[in-house]
Design a protein around this ligand. Structure first.
Ligand SMILES: Cc1cc2nc3c(=O)[nH]c(=O)nc-3n(C[C@H](O)[C@H](O)[C@H](O)COP(=O)(O)O)c2cc1C
Length: 403
């Protein structure tokens, strides 16, 4: 998603570089416009390096820069316009449609959503002129995030602090979302499981959790209420997603049982171990001469298969990580596990699958041809899978209406 960030001249502009990073973490491409006042508070170079693009300011108006159409290009490029921090001055000019600098001129070229994150002294925020302008923006559908209560630049305590950066990023994602999963309850499992051998060792697999985290993040972005049940993973919980950590397959089963009640969709993207040691030694197993002959393993519960009983009304999505006969194995899994969709991915390839940023999958359905989602970032693959989930939900709504 393309986010055009307009930075205004307030103390909180020093947070703009970190905001660019925060948006990058949420998979956004960011370009920045600085108001003339903002460049006194925030170094353009920092924004340029972090956004990977030149930073636009009033120099575009100078003859010879060839940039006279910059407001058109930037406005058309933007999926979302974010003004953060938004000063009292710029808020008022946006509210009344003034176009006397690059930011406000470009704002009139943006036909997508606009998000404004004000930051100013509490007395300015409470001023009737500012209140009126903010109300005007809200009426026009502009999302206003914050300001928060806290210590202000003046040293006083009050309302006027720039909202927390993750909250601003969430507001941007929500503003751009199609909202087609609004109100849906989605449970996603992700990551590996660790099966204890003794008190310090475990059996695990190479899953990083990226695919499941991407599905959770995109579902939340599309308006769903998302619970992410994650095996051990170094990844941070996506914006707007409630995370529950588990370690072993047995813990994951218990968590799924509790969380899937009332869920509309359950996506089982976790790489759950098929087996666990029959018993885990209480302490650390001692090294013995001649090696350790064997570790007795017992089968773990098949959570996807059990899901049909635990969440009979939910759209159930399974994953098949295969190294051979991808489609055939996935077809068998779809038939035997009671899933509605089965996402097959080839984990023998190093460029996709486990611990990679990209994926390429084939989604099998109970009815209809398999759908291939070609190699792309896991976020986009997640959206492709969620499009098919939404298709299943829509089909249910249609058949409920007919009957
Ligand atoms: C040190 C200093 C700090 C300021 N902090 C803020 C602020 O936090 N919020 C605000 O609305 N204005 C603040 N201002 C006033 C703006 O900089 C001023 O209104 C400016 O014209 C805003 O221009 P812009 O909206 O085009 O960026 C501050 C001014 C100074 C000198």
């Amino acid at each position: 998603m393309n986010v055009l960030l307009g930075v205004c001249g307030g103390i909180a502009a020093c947070k703009a570089p970190e905001l660019v990073r925060e948006l990058g973490r949420a998979d956004c491409r960011v370009r920045c416009i600085l108001t003339p006042a903002a460049s006194s508070f925030c170094a353009p170079l920092a924004l340029e390096i972090l956004s990977g693009h030149e930073v636009w300011d009033e120099s575009y108006l100078r003859p010879g820069t060839g940039g006279v159409e910059q407001h058109v290009e930037l406005g058309q490029w933007a999926d979302v316009l974010l003004v953060a921090p938004a000063t009292a001055n710029t808020i008022s000019r946006l509210a009344w449609g003034l176009a006397d600098d690059l930011l406000t001129t470009t704002a009139l070229m943006v036909d997508g959503p606009v998000v404004v994150a004000p930051a100013m002294h509490a007395t300015m925020w409470e001023h009737p002129a500012v209140r009126e302008s903010v109300a005007r923006l809200r009426q026009r559908g502009v999302r206003v995030v914050g300001p928060d209560v806290g210590p202000l630049a003046s040293g006083e305590l009050g309302v006027g602090r720039l909202a927390e950066l993750p909250a601003i990023a969430s507001a941007v994602l929500a503003a751009a979302s199609s909202g087609d999963l609004a109100g849906r309850r989605v449970v996603v499992t992700a990551g590996p499981t660790w099966e204890a051998v003794d008190s310090v060792r475990f059996l695990a697999n190479r899953s990083s959790g990226r695919m499941g985290f991407a599905i959770a993040e995109r579902a939340a972005r599309r308006g769903a209420v998302v619970r992410l049940i994650s095996g051990p993973s170094a990844l941070a919980a996506p914006h707007g997603v409630e995370r529950r950590d588990v370690t072993s397959a047995l813990e994951m089963l218990e968590a799924v049982r509790e969380e899937c009640e009332g869920a509309d969709v359950v996506v089982m993207a976790a790489a759950v171990a098929d087996y666990r040691p029959a018993s885990a030694a209480a302490g650390k197993l001692k090294k013995r001469d001649g090696g350790l002959e064997s570790i007795a393993l017992v089968e773990n519960p098949d959570i996807l298969a059990e899901l049909a009983r635990m969440a009979p009304d939910a759209v159930r999505v399974g994953f098949a990580a295969e190294t051979e006969d991808l489609i055939e194995n996935a077809r068998q899994k779809l038939a035997s596990k009671g899933a509605h969709l089965l996402v097959a991915n080839d984990v023998s390839r190093r460029d996709i699958g486990f611990d990679s940023h990209d994926n390429e999958v084939v989604v099998l359905r109970r009815e209809g041809e398999p759908v291939r989602i070609g190699k792309r970032g896991k976020g986009e693959v997640a959206d492709g899978i969620l499009d098919l989930v939404r298709g299943e939900l829509d089909a249910r709504t249609r058949s409920a209406v007919i009957s």
